[in-house]
Ligand binder design. Structure first.
Ligand code: NAD
Length: 216
């Protein structure tokens, strides 16, 4: 099932799960595709089409049961258990991640922090003890870690990714401005703040706001 759902749809399913969790938190028991679409920033048609890829659990005309929708979205997204996650690179971003209080309820649990700087190894970051990268295989095995934040400098990213993959980690959330090559069966998602600002610069027309609307 997972491999057959296009990435753009998966992205929207993640958004629907957040919306459904919000509805559940305030005691809403049923939602329509209109309500879901409005909160998720998409159309009711798109909601129905996306949810149809997950199976048949809506009732035409009466919408979706929130609890069922949440359960099915979690099943499709692989969120029926919690995922232990490591952080590799305990600089500014790694430290900020370690201090973050809550990664998707209990879906993701920080279970290891690694660096190569002797000044950082042995220090605490949030609830984690920073270990040397050499300890990665042991910690990965001990905690069953399958995902990691990759928050090292760009020139260290490929080697650190190789160490992670060698230790058995199969999903990398890469913050470094570098293309990471991984073998089949390993997945990389990249976070690019600067790229986001650059896309906004393009969207704003690449010129100062004061000129927008004057010369078209
Ligand atoms: P930082 O320099 O503060 O921290 C990097 C940490 O990685 C350091 O503690 C260093 O000792 C450690 N490190 C180096 N090599 C390592 C290795 N092989 N294994 C484990 N740890 C290693 O960096 P930061 O500001 O936290 O940024 C982290 C990454 O995110 C960088 O690649 C940076 O360029 C990137 N970043 C990207 C954006 C963006 O918009 N794309 C924005 C900010 C930061």
């Amino acid at each position: 099932m997972a491999a057959s759902i296009p990435p753009a749809t998966v992205g929207r399913l993640v958004t629907y799960l957040r919306v459904v969790d919000e509805f559940a938190a305030v005691g809403v028991e049923r939602v329509s595709s209109d309500e879901l679409g409005e909160r998720a920033g998409t159309s009711a048609f798109q909601v129905r089409k996306d949810l149809a890829t997950c199976g048949r659990f809506g009732t035409r005309g009466s919408g979706y049961t929130v609890a069922t929708l949440e359960r099915e979205l979690r099943r499709v997204l692989g969120l029926t258990r919690s995922w232990p996650v490591a952080i590799v690179g305990m600089g500014r971003i790694g430290q900020a991640l370690a201090d973050y209080p809550n990664f998707g309820r209990q879906d993701f649990v920080l279970s290891g922090a690694f660096d190569v700087d002797p000044a950082k190894v042995g220090m605490r970051a949030g609830s984690l003890l920073i270990r040397h990268l050499d300890d990665l295989p042991d910690v990965v095995r001990e905690h069953g870690i399958e995902m990691a934040f990759l928050t090292v400098p760009a020139d260290a990213a490929q080697d650190a990714a190789k160490a992670l993959v060698g230790a058995g980690v199969r999903g990398l959330l890469n913050f470094a401005p570098a293309v990471i090559h991984v073998p089949a069966g390993v997945f990389v998602e990249s976070v690019d703040f600067v790229g986001g600002l650059q896309r906004l610069a393009f969207a704003l027309g690449g010129r100062p706001a004061s000129t927008v609307g004057i010369d078209g």
